[in-house]
Design a protein around this ligand. Structure first.
Ligand code: BG6
Length: 492
């Protein structure tokens, strides 16, 4: 869609004094202001328990934007933005908020812990705001199948599905949207995007950060609920979906849901859970998960999860989908790695010289160093046949000379226009929980891994031939395993 100003409307941020508003929402709203994408008429009204004045909010917004805005803070833009700000303390109640709102429909962002969603939606109902509001909520949408259904029921008692915007900020990332363009805007890839040509799909969200100040929250959550059920499943559904008939919200979301429907609930034996112990990240010592504030010394919450999924569809039957995520891993890196089938005969392996045995890989770098690369083997210059792995590479930074905008800017813009394309539908949420349900019920052991490594080695066994293609460059033994697997398959 073309970005534009929406109709006049107010935006209410419930929980504006909290962390999400400071790090993401205020900077995103400010950047929309900078790009003239906030409605011509419309305020940004904060609502929270703190007894603040509007000047307190302005000062807080200034500091949050200066610290977290991708474009820094420009005084003239901030002056415009600050004029929009208003504040209502929850001590005065939702009725006071209702009285402050304009006549038009409005956006209410519930930037609060998910336990507060249902009571707040009740208050929006009683104050009359719900009738003219669309409501934004953030993951986690429940903590298992039952609670997700209960949350959806409670929301629907007050709001129709069109008035609910469930945010998974991965859908706001440029590189995730580019996956759609890459797949459906280039005929050549669609021809090979299936079980005939692809042997394995790997999707990884690695973080070098630990749980930071969120130990208590994380204890209740763990990596499967925090990342797998939402961010990883969103990327998975875009990688694996059929071409939608249009880029209309329902057409796209129908195809995403079909992927999840074809995906079997995970077999707990195909899941490896891990937990970080003390180690080093970039040469700096870091403590283990059990030593983090708010974490039980005998906690069995996973900070790492790797799983192998099966998608029984015409396109994907038999292709393993390997998902993994972890905190305190060696580097921050979110990638999709598509491993293509190997050549039927290794013509160059018997003729002396050295040989990189390598199947073609397509690597989509969601973040950082956003881009896409395709690897293949080439002949090294010289009299002998020596092969080497090389890459064709597209980088966002070098091609577009800009860094991608923040996910929240795009998502807030789309809510202002009531466009649901990048938001999560109720059936998507529920199916996501059904897929992880077996491992939530029977979590199995948690394997320790040293911070600064790539997670527990038990995860290797999930991959075909114990080989994660995305780990090849980090694992010197990987090339040997590929050679051995190729020799083995030639013998058979
Ligand atoms: C959040 C998780 O949804 O995503 C965090 O709760 C995680 O634990 C974060 O750190 C990762 O987001 P990003 O955009 O940095 O990949």
């Amino acid at each position: 869609m073309t970005l534009s100003r929406s109709d006049p409307q107010d935006i209410v941020v419930v929980g504006i004094t909290g962390d999400l508003a400071a790090r993401k929402l205020l900077p995103a709203l400010y950047n929309l202001e900078a790009e003239n994408l906030l409605p011509e008429r419309g305020r940004v009204i904060g609502y929270a328990t703190d007894p603040w004045t509007v000047d307190d909010l302005r000062e807080h917004a200034r500091q949050s934007i200066a610290a977290h805005s991708r474009t820094g803070l420009d005084e003239a833009v901030f002056a415009r933005f600050a004029r929009r700000l208003d504040y209502v303390s929850s001590a005065d109640g939702m009725e006071a908020l209702a009285a402050r709102l304009g006549e038009e429909s409005c956006v209410v962002y519930l930037a609060v812990p998910s336990s507060a969603f249902i009571p707040l939606v009740g208050q929006l109902d009683r104050s009359g705001i719900a009738k003219r509001a669309v409501v934004i909520i953030e993951k986690p949408f429940g903590h298992n199948v039952e609670s997700a259904r209960a949350l959806n029921d409670a929301l629907h008692a007050v709001l129709s599905e069109e008035r609910i915007f469930r945010i998974d900020h991965y859908m706001g990332k440029e590189t995730v949207q580019n996956l759609l363009v890459f797949r459906f805007g280039n005929a050549v890839f669609e021809r090979v995007w299936n079980r005939d040509c692809i042997t394995q799909v790997e999707i990884g969200v690695a973080e070098s950060l630990g749980v930071e100040q969120r130990g208590a929250f994380y204890e209740e959550t763990g990596a499967i609920r925090d990342i797998v059920q939402n961010h990883l499943f969103q990327v998975l559904s875009i990688v694996a979906m059929e071409p939608p008939v249009s880029f209309d919200a329902e057409a796209l979301r129908n195809e995403k849901v079909k992927v999840l429907t074809a995906c079997h609930p995970v077999d707990p034996a195909q899941v490896v859970r891990g937990q970080y112990t003390a180690g080093e990240i970039d040469g700096v010592p870091v403590r283990g998960y059990r030593e983090e504030p708010g974490v039980a010394p005998d906690s069995t919450t996973e900070t790492y999860a790797a799983l192998r999924l099966r998608i029984d569809s015409w396109r994907w039957a038999g292709v393993p989908f390997l998902l993994r995520t972890g905190k305190r891993l060696r580097a921050r890196e979110t990638r999709v790695t598509i491993a293509f089938k190997d050549v039927p005969l290794h013509l160059f392996s018997g003729s002396g010289g050295t040989h990189a045995v390598h199947s073609n890989h397509l690597v989509i770098r969601i973040q950082p160093d956003e881009g896409i690369s395709f690897s293949f083997i080439a002949k090294q210059p010289g009299p002998e046949i020596r092969t080497q792995k090389v890459h064709m590479d597209f980088g966002y930074g070098s091609s577009f000379k800009v860094s991608p905008p923040e996910a929240y800017e795009r998502l807030l813009h789309d809510v202002l226009h009531r466009d649901h394309t990048l938001f999560i539908r109720e059936d998507e949420v529920e199916r996501g929980w059904e897929i992880v349900d077996p491992v939530i019920r029977q979590p199995g052991p948690v394997h320790p891994y040293v911070s600064g490594n790539w997670g527990p080695s038990q995860a290797n066994a999930l991959a075909a031939g114990a080989h994660w293609h995305s780990m090849e460059d980090d694992d010197p033994a990987a090339a040997d395993r590929v050679v051995a697997a190729a020799a083995e398959s030639a013998r058979r």
